[in-house]
Design a protein around this ligand. Structure first.
Ligand code: SAH
Length: 347
């Protein structure tokens, strides 16, 4: 294939997402010695190259000839910075579609919240992303790109990645697993610092377990019984809470890793003491960690965030049952960058 026939959006051709061995083969195919594969690899994953022209260690004539070859990088379409220094990005992909990524700095860490799909097919009642429908899955390189983009913008190494942006990672499991492997091996982020969050799709947690990744699996439970879960999460009708928890148990057995359960707290809906007690029953037998997420407001629905007292009461019941609990006060609220607020609205 000649260079002219390679379109910028041609997925199979982009360089990002390729391993060192694949890049080495690629440079050789394009008339360069094998050692340049390592250089290309470093410039792609560590030095923020956005075009082959950037790679100053390569011969100038060759770079100019190859200047249009697609690397697979997005462009920053819009960036907003919240008072707490969280940065939300709207990124334009090769085909013009827009996705969101969020950079969340703390004193020691830089966490990136990545999208795995354009939009989301799950349509959870309290989440903004699903309201806009589903457009397409992301490729692994488009996920890796989000991390590199945030890393470059902050000029600081990313320490953690959470797959909690737009989309349902398990509905795009092959590309998500490929992205996890690339983030670990090529970008150099520890597997245990990578978290994949899922609302659950039948069979997918088991499939993920087979990969034996040392990542953190977070499961969006959000309800303490089947009826309540169906009310909040349409897909729960086809995948019962019992089935989901069974699959989580198998996951723990196969991987030896714990599971984190996420539970968005909606005032008067799922935050009652009886819900907390039911949740304790659901999680019997798990060495569970529960991450409570006080609801972040979105415009389409009128749920409320519970007050501090209710959150504390819920927390106390779980802790009394020896369940580890953390409360995620989402960062970036006023930049619409918090959990559940991601949508491509500012295009
Ligand atoms: N599809 C994945 C990732 C979603 S985002 C999943 O369902 O797990 C990460 C977390 O934010 C999920 O637990 C999701 O349910 C939660 N979330 C969605 N909307 C929210 C909102 N408005 N307030 C707080 N958390 C929300």
């Amino acid at each position: 294939m000649t260079l002219q026939t390679i379109k910028k959006s041609d997925n199979s051709k982009v360089l990002l997402g390729k391993s060192l061995a694949e890049l080495t083969a690629w440079v050789e195919e394009h008339g360069q010695p094998a050692y340049r594969g390592k250089q290309l690899y470093q410039w792609l994953y560590q030095k923020g190259a956005r075009s082959l022209l950037d790679i100053s260690v390569f011969p100038k004539k060759w770079r100019e000839e190859m200047a249009d070859y697609p690397l697979g990088r997005s462009t920053i379409h819009y960036r907003s910075v919240a008072a707490d220094a969280t940065r939300k990005y709207l990124l334009r992909l090769g085909d013009g579609l827009i996705i969101e990524a969020v950079g969340i700095p703390t004193s020691k860490r830089l966490t990136v919240c990545v999208s795995s799909q354009v939009g989301c097919p799950m349509d959870c009642d309290f989440c903004a992303t699903g309201k806009g429908g589903f457009t397409r899955n992301l490729k692994a390189y488009e996920i890796v790109d989000q991390v590199l983009t945030v890393q470059e913008d902050f000029q600081q190494r990313v320490s953690n990645v959470v797959f909690m942006g737009m989309g349902e990672p398990m509905a795009n499991i092959d590309e998500v697993v490929a992205a996890v492997k690339s983030l670990n091996q090529d970008v150099g982020i520890g597997a245990r610092s990578l978290t994949v969050s899922t609302v659950g799709i039948p069979g997918k947690i088991q499939q993920l377990a087979q990969h034996q990744l040392q990542i953190v699996l977070a499961v969006s439970l959000h309800a303490s019984n089947q009826a309540l879960r169906e009310q909040l999460i349409p897909s729960a009708k086809k995948y019962t809470l019992d089935n989901l928890l069974d699959e989580c148990r198998d996951y723990v057995q196969v991987t030896g890793r714990r599971v984190t359960f996420e539970y968005v707290l909606l005032a008067g809906v799922n935050d009652l003491s009886e819900n907390a007690r039911e949740l304790v029953q659901c999680l019997k037998g798990f060495q569970a960690h529960v991450n409570l997420i006080p609801y972040n407001p979105i415009s389409e629905v009128d749920y409320q965030r519970p007050d501090k007292r209710r959150i504390q009461a819920f927390t106390d019941i779980l802790e009394e049952a020896n369940i580890a609990v953390s409360v995620r006060y989402s960062r970036g609220l006023e930049a619409d960058a918090a959990c559940g607020q991601l949508r491509a609205s500012k295009i």
